[in-house]
Design a protein around this ligand. Structure first.
Ligand SMILES: [Zn+2]
Length: 329
C-alpha cells in the first residue's frame, strides 16, 4: 500500500480525513493512528510524510519517484525521525535524542516530522516528555504516533492528537486478494485467518519455516489423540526446537487454534469455515471422535490462556508443557 487510493480501499474514512486536510493545506500537528497489526498504520504515516515533502505531488498523491519520496522510502531523510521501541519500551533517552536532533540546524527543510511506532510503549517519563513537545507545537512540526491500543496511553497525549481509528481488515477481502495473487484457495483461507496483513500472508506462504511449522502442527494433532504417544515429549523434542522466539510460539498456538476450531466446525457442520482440514480428511474424522464439543471449548480456552501467558512472559517451555498435558486425550 503505497498510495492514498490503495489506502482508500481498505481504510476509506481515515484516508478521506487525512487527504482532505492535505488538500486544504491543513495537516494536523499531531496524529494518533490506532489500528491492529496490518491495518496500514506505517503505510499511512509514510504517506503523510511524503505528502508533506514530495517535490512533485499529483493532487494529494506523492509522485513516489522524486528525491524526497525515495529518501523517505529508504528512511534516510534527516527531517523525518522514526522512533521505535527498544526492547519492551520507548525510553526517555530516545525522546531526548529526538528533541536534540530537532534542535540542530542542519536541516534540509524547515519542516519536520517524527513518527513514533508502538506509542503505547512510551514509558511514563518518555510520554511526559513527548507531551511537552505536543503542547508547544511549532508551526512546522508534525507528530505521528502509531499504536495498536491508544487506551493504554496517557489521556493527555490522546487529547492533544487527532485520533485516526483504523478498521480491522475483512478477512474475506484479504482472502480474495491472496487468491488474486495466485495463492491456492485453501492457503489463502488459512493465511487470512492467521494475519490480516497481506504482505505477511504472502511471505509466510512461501516460507520454509512456516511450512515446517504447519507440518509440526499436523503431527501434534495426531499425537494428541494417539494413546501410545506422549505430547509432552513431542513438545520438548520438536515443537520448542522449531518455535523458539515468543512471537514464533504465539504463531504456533495460532495454528493449533485454527486446527481445533476446524474440529469444532466439523461438529457443527460448518465446513465452509474450515481453514486447516478438508471435511473428508481421515485425521479430522478421528479428531471429531476424540474431542466432544465441550472438550473443544475447553481446549480453545487452554490455547488462549497459553497465548496470554506467553504475552505475560511466563517461561515458554512451561507454558507449552502445561498446554500439552491439558489438551492431550
Ligand atoms: Zn515525490
Amino acid at each position: 500500500m503505497t498510495t492514498w487510493s490503495e489506502i482508500e480501499k481498505i481504510q476509506p474514512i481515515a484516508s478521506r480525513m487525512i487527504t482532505n486536510s492535505i488538500k486544504k493545506g491543513r495537516i494536523s500537528h499531531a496524529y494518533l493512528i490506532q489500528g491492529a497489526r496490518g491495518t496500514g498504520k506505517e503505510a499511512i504515516a509514510t504517506l503523510i510524510a511524503k505528502s508533506i515533502f514530495c517535490e512533485r505531488l499529483i493532487g494529494v498523491e506523492p509522485c513516489q519517484s522524486c528525491r524526497m519520496c525515495k529518501r523517505i522510502d529508504s528512511r534516510n531523510y534527516p527531517d523525518i525521525h522514526w522512533v521505535e521501541p527498544e526492547g519492551q519500551s520507548i525510553k526517555i533517552e530516545q525522546i531526548k535524542n529526538l528533541q536534540r536532533e530537532f534542535t540542530y540546524s542542519s536541516f534540509e527543510s524547515n519542516q519536520k516530522v517524527y513518527i513514533i511506532t508502538g506509542a503505547d510503549t512510551l514509558t511514563l517519563n518518555a510520554a511526559n516528555r513527548i507531551l511537552k513537545f505536543l503542547e508547544e507545537p511549532t508551526q512546522r512540526t508534525t507528530a505521528i504516533l502509531l499504536t495498536e491500543n491508544s487506551q493504554s496511553m496517557i489521556p493527555t497525549i490522546r487529547s492533544r492528537c487527532q485520533l485516526i481509528d483504523l478498521k480491522p481488515l475483512h478477512s474475506k477481502h484479504l482472502q480474495e486478494q491472496l487468491v488474486a495473487s495466485e495463492m491456492s484457495e485453501k492457503d489463502a483461507a488459512l493465511m487470512s485467518a492467521l494475519t490480516n496483513n497481506i504482505d505477511e500472508a504472502i511471505e509466510w506462504s512461501d516460507d520454509e519455516w512456516f511450512a515446517e511449522g504447519r507440518k509440526l502442527m499436523i503431527q501434534l494433532m495426531e499425537i494428541l489423540i494417539a494413546p501410545s504417544e506422549d505430547a509432552y515429549l513431542f513438545i520438548h523434542n520438536h515443537w520448542l526446537k522449531h518455535f523458539k522466539e515468543r512471537a514464533q510460539l504465539e504463531r504456533g498456538i495460532d495454528l493449533l487454534l485454527l486446527a481445533f476450531k476446524d474440529v469444532l466446525y466439523a461438529h457443527l457442520d460448518k465446513e465452509e469455515s474450515m481453514v486447516v482440514f478438508n471435511i473428508n480428511d481421515e485425521q479430522l474424522k478421528q479428531l471429531v471422535l476424540s474431542y466432544s464439543q465441550e472438550d473443544l471449548i475447553k481446549v480453545l480456552h487452554n490455547l488462549l490462556d497459553a497465548k496470554r501467558h506467553l504475552k505475560q512472559h511466563v517461561n515458554s517451555s512451561l507454558v507449552m508443557e502445561q498446554l500439552a498435558l491439558q489438551i492431550q486425550r
